[in-house]
Design a protein around this ligand. Structure first.
Ligand code: SF4
Length: 471
């Protein structure tokens, strides 16, 4: 780490400690004071302070959901964990990492990600319908040294945020804790079914401070256990209770399907999650990937449309709920469409194959034969780089689900191989499951796109010329 960066991180750390002391005393009463203090520190040129001004105004309004969420984080989450995440995501990754990522994109003329996902293992102790991990069996794992190398290489590119997917990552919980301790300048988040979370593990999580969770859950007990198996709901609620007791940072991961849509978007579900201390909910559209995929589970165009408006209602400061709700398929307008192929993230499976996205199981590079930078410059990721955005309507972002011809073309032209760990999945078969949905959604999505306002996106494309589409 450069000396200046070290000095800034240290100064920010000391200042943040002072801010959080207020929170320890009385988070409710001191919330505005905390923002006042943050304004003084943040106003040193690291970030513009307009957002703090807006937050201070909102903080005066107890009915504002973001005020409730902010106070809830200060009240419910362990102070060291809040400290770690603000420093790793806000300063190491958000400020210095972003600068480094942007410089490396120009230097290497390829995508450089802000986040890297990897699967510590393909093993999973559940067998959820339609989950590719259920097909992979219990055969593949990354070694500790390989995981450490991924993070070390990533940091050299500017990446400070790592998400653990699988399989069930917590089958490797001891190695994960070691990895978090070895890289205190990074934030880690593990997707998990929660079954392996216990008191002793929560205590270790508090010691490292830089590990958060997203627990898989899909609505009520009935809708959840339909896909995840009998007893899964009860196990997840038990894990949420433990994480709450130990003041860990955690959210949920919700795969929404045509079958569970009404359950996972119900007030009852979100209210139960808020009561369980959940601070964020990542929603994922069901993707028909793998040999057991069922295309009837893809949410219908009418459900996707309802999802678009429901999300915006839930995030509205007056009509929403104190939980951060994000759907990667319907929120493409904030990030300029597809973020895969290293544009903002990529995925490494438990066999070391470097894939564009957690849902796109094709690759032309492996961590055992390529560096991360080489993979980013290989034909498949460069095809993403050139092709993004795959659609100018960011409600149709995906080269598989909404633009299946784009994935067919990239895989055929680059010669990327299927990385399905059991039997190769032909790209034409996979994309064939998406053709009907892509066609039916196009008209609905275009109508929404024409009739609603869209934010300016924060990320760039590098294929655009000076007068082109660069955003
Ligand atoms: S490939 Fe599809 S699912 Fe993956 S990030 Fe891009 S749009 Fe999302």
């Amino acid at each position: 780490m450069a000396l200046k960066q070290k000095a800034v991180v240290k100064a920010a750390s000391i200042a943040l400690d002072r801010i959080l002391k207020y929170a320890d005393k009385d988070p409710e009463k001191n919330f505005v004071k905390i923002l006042d203090y943050a304004e003084k520190i943040i106003g040193n040129g690291l970030y513009p302070i307009e957002n703090i001004e807006k937050m201070k105004k909102a903080a005066m309004d107890p009915s504002n959901i973001y005020t409730q969420l902010g106070k809830g984080i200060l009240r419910d989450i362990d102070r060291d964990i809040v400290h770690h995440f603000l420093i790793t995501l806000g300063i190491e990754g958000g400020y210095f990492g972003t600068k480094q990522v942007r410089a490396n994109r120009e230097k290497y003329k390829c995508n450089i990600p802000w986040i890297i996902l990897f699967d510590p293992t393909s093993a999973c102790n559940l067998k959820c319908k339609g989950c590719w991990a259920a097909e992979y069996g219990h055969r593949q794992s990354l070694s500790y040294d390989e995981m450490d190398s991924i993070v070390t290489q990533g940091k050299a590119l500017g990446t400070h945020f790592y998400m653990l997917t699988g399989g069930e990552p917590l089958i490797r919980k001891n190695d994960i804790l070691l990895l978090c301790a070895a890289h205190p300048d990074c934030a880690f988040m593990s997707y998990t079914n929660g079954t392996l979370i216990d008191d002793a593990f929560c205590e270790e999580v508090k010691k490292v401070g830089n590990l958060a969770f997203a627990l898989s859950i899909e609505g009520t007990e009935e809708s959840n256990d339909f896909r995840r198996g009998a007893g899964a709901y009860r196990d997840t609620m038990r894990a949420l209770g433990l994480l709450k007791k130990h003041k860990c940072l955690y959210g949920i991961s919700v795969c929404y399907t045509s079958k569970n849509f009404s359950y996972v978007t119900s007030d009852a579900f979100l209210d139960a999650m808020i009561d369980a201390g959940v601070k964020y909910a990542w929603y994922f559209n069901y993707m028909p990937v793998g040999h057991t995929a069922d295309k009837a589970l893809i949410p219908t165009p009418a459900q996707r449309k309802a999802m678009y408006f429901w999300l915006r209602k839930m995030r509205n400061s007056a009509t929403g709920k104190p939980i951060m709700v994000i759907d990667f398929q319907d929120d493409g307008e904030y990030v300029g469409g597809c973020i895969a192929g290293g544009r903002n993230y990529f995925h490494i499976n438990s066999a070391g194959d470097i894939e564009p996205c957690v849902f796109i199981h094709y690759s032309d590079a492996n961590i055992r034969t390529h560096t991360l930078l080489q993979a980013l410059q290989n034909p498949l990721f460069m095809a993403y780089h050139r092709g993004q955005p795959f659609n100018d309507n960011h409600l149709r972002p995906c080269p598989m689900l909404e633009n299946p011809d784009a994935l067919r073309k990239m895989v055929h032209e680059t010669g990327a191989k299927s990385t399905n760990l059991i039997t190769a999945e032909d790209v034409d078969t996979l994309c064939g499951r998406c053709d009907d949905f892509a066609y039916e959604w196009a008209g609905v999505a275009d109508e929404i796109w024409r009739t609603t306002k869209h934010p300016k996106t924060y990320t760039s494309y590098y294929r655009d010329g000076e007068k082109g589409l660069r955003q």
